[in-house]
Design a protein around this ligand. Structure first.
Ligand SMILES: C[S@@+](CC[C@H](N)C(=O)[O-])C[C@H]1O[C@@H](n2cnc3c(N)ncnc32)[C@H](O)[C@@H]1O
Length: 205
C-alpha cells in the first residue's frame, strides 16, 4: 500500500496506509496516553466490573487499551485490527494477549454474543457515519452485555485538531452526533465523560 492510497484511496485504504506507516513509532503515542488509558480503564471497571469477563477490542492498534483493561482481571482478552503492522507491534509488546487480523466492518471470526464486552478506543471518530454504523452493528452482534466506545467527547488541544485534520478523520462531526448514532442502535445507552475531554460511550444490550 503506497502514498497514492493516502491521496486517492477510500477511507479504509487511507487509514491502513497511515497506521501501517506510523506503527513502528506508535509506541511514542502509547507512552503519552498510558496514564490516561489507565484512568479511563479504572472508570470503565467502576461502572462495568471487568473481572472474569471476556473482552474483544476492535481496532486495538498496538494493544494499549486492551492492556489497560487487563489490569482488572478479565478472563479473556482478544484484540483485532486491520493494520498488520500495528498488530505486529501489539504482538511484540503484549505476547499474553491474542491478536487477530480483521476489519471492524466484518468481524467474521467472531460469533454472535461470543464476548461479554466489545470495546473500541479512538477508532470510530476516524471514519464517516456509514462505516461507523457498520462497525457498531458488528460490535453489537458480538457483545453479550455492553459495547463500550472510548473516544473524544469535548474540545481538545490544537495539536489534536491538526492531526485529526491530516488524518481526514470525522472528529468534529463525531463529537456532535455520535451520541445520537449510538441511540439509534441501542435502546439503553450511557455516556460517561472524563475530565480529560474524552468519554466512554456505552450501548447496553
Ligand atoms: C488511533 S489508533 C487507536 C489504537 C488503539 N485502539 C488505541 O486506543 O491505542 C486507530 C486504530 O484503528 C485501526 N482501524 C481503523 N479503522 C479500522 C477498521 N475499519 N477496522 C479495523 N481496524 C481499524 C487502525 O489500524 C489503528 O490501529
Amino acid at each position: 500500500m503506497g502514498l497514492k492510497h493516502y491521496f486517492f484511496g477510500d477511507e479504509d485504504e487511507r487509514a491502513q496506509y497511515i497506521f501501517n506507516l506510523i506503527a513502528p513509532v506508535y509506541s511514542l503515542i502509547d507512552k503519552g496516553s498510558e496514564v490516561e488509558f489507565q484512568k479511563m480503564a479504572a472508570i470503565f471497571n467502576d461502572h462495568f466490573p471487568l473481572a472474569g469477563k471476556n473482552i474483544l477490542d476492535v481496532g486495538c492498534g498496538t494493544g494499549s487499551w486492551i492492556r489497560a483493561l487487563g489490569n482488572f482481571k478479565p478472563d479473556k482478552m482478544v484484540g483485532t485490527d486491520f493494520s498488520l503492522k500495528m498488530l505486529q507491534q501489539a504482538q511484540k509488546k503484549h505476547p499474553e494477549i491474542e491478536f487477530i487480523h480483521q476489519s471492524g466492518e466484518n468481524l467474521s471470526a467472531f460469533q454472535d454474543n461470543s464476548f461479554d464486552i466489545v470495546t473500541t478506543s479512538f477508532v470510530l471518530h476516524g471514519m464517516k457515519t456509514p462505516k461507523r454504523t457498520k462497525v457498531l452493528a458488528e460490535m453489537k452482534r458480538i457483545a453479550r452485555e455492553q459495547v463500550v466506545i472510548h473516544d473524544f467527547y469535548t474540545n481538545h488541544h490544537w495539536i489534536i485538531r491538526i492531526l485529526e485534520f491530516l488524518e481526514r478523520s470525522d472528529y468534529i462531526h463525531f463529537k456532535q452526533h455520535f451520541t445520537e448514532e449510538l441511540e439509534q442502535q441501542f435502546v439503553n445507552t450511557q455516556v460517561i465523560p472524563a475530565d480529560n475531554g474524552n468519554a466512554l460511550y456505552v450501548g447496553i444490550k
